[in-house]
Design a protein around this ligand. Structure first.
Ligand code: CO
Length: 234
């Protein structure tokens, strides 16, 4: 297995329609294994073959509803997937591994049924709900050359992004400094009365991209943050 580069959305490849997979051979298995490793490394919830430069109808999705399984076991491989049924509606933030730090409000069905082949060519059906339904749609879109920004109601502002990533109950590294506020005995060097709250917020906004990457260096990739907070990165 090997990591593959995830193409940025500026890459024309991502705008093309992928062709059906017809050979269920070791070459496909290697692609899927590499995509699994790449997705796990990036801590996303989905990845489509065109995102790693292969214009074939193959994608993988982490079914986050399978809570008792490891992330690796949650990965569903979808070859030549088709959406055969959908219902309900969810409007929420959606992101993509090809567009780090960009989120848009996208309307998707709540429940999506997919028909697809597995890596050996066997057809199966799978039902996804909530985030998984969103990811199914997002990945099938990739196979048709569509990126979520094409269909987003609007892109979230920097401020909204901050709030999304660091809500009230956020306990990520970036927000640890704030915890001192409520603690009378806090001797954190950042904790100077309550002033540091403002400093903290300021730093956050001012140097967002930098902080984001480096303050999460105990993770392999900054996208882990989004995953933790329950947002889609496909
Ligand atoms: Co994507």
């Amino acid at each position: 297995m090997a990591l593959r580069n995830i193409l940025p959305d500026s890459e024309p490849t991502l705008r093309k329609r992928s062709r059906a997979v017809t050979e269920f051979n070791p070459h496909l298995h290697e692609l899927l294994d590499d995509m699994r490793e790449t997705l796990l490394r990036a801590n996303g919830v989905g990845l489509a073959a065109p995102q790693v430069g292969v214009l074939r109808r193959a994608a993988i999705v982490v079914d986050t509803n399978l809570e008792d399984k490891t992330v690796e076991e949650q990965i569903i491989e979808l070859i030549n997937p088709e959406i055969i049924a959908s219902s309900g509606e969810q409007i929420g933030p959606e992101g993509c591994l090809s567009l780090p730090n960009v989120f848009g409000l996208v309307t998707r069905p709540d429940l999506v049924k997919i028909k697809a082949q597995d890596r050996n060519g066997e057809w199966f059906e799978v039902l996804g709900k909530d985030l998984t339904a969103r990811a199914f749609c997002h990945e099938v879109d990739h196979l048709n050359g569509i990126i979520f920004t094409d269909i987003a109601e609007r892109i979230l502002t920097e401020e909204e992004l901050e709030e999304l990533q660091h809500g009230d109950d956020c306990d990520c590294d970036d927000c640890d400094g704030c915890d001192g506020c409520d603690d009378e005995d806090c001797d954190d060097e950042d904790c100077d009365e309550h002033e540091h709250v403002h400093e903290h917020e300021h730093e956050h906004t001012h140097d967002h991209n930098h902080d984001h990457t480096h303050d999460h260096d105990h993770h392999d990739h900054h996208d882990h943050d989004h995953h933790d907070h329950g947002h889609t990165h496909g």
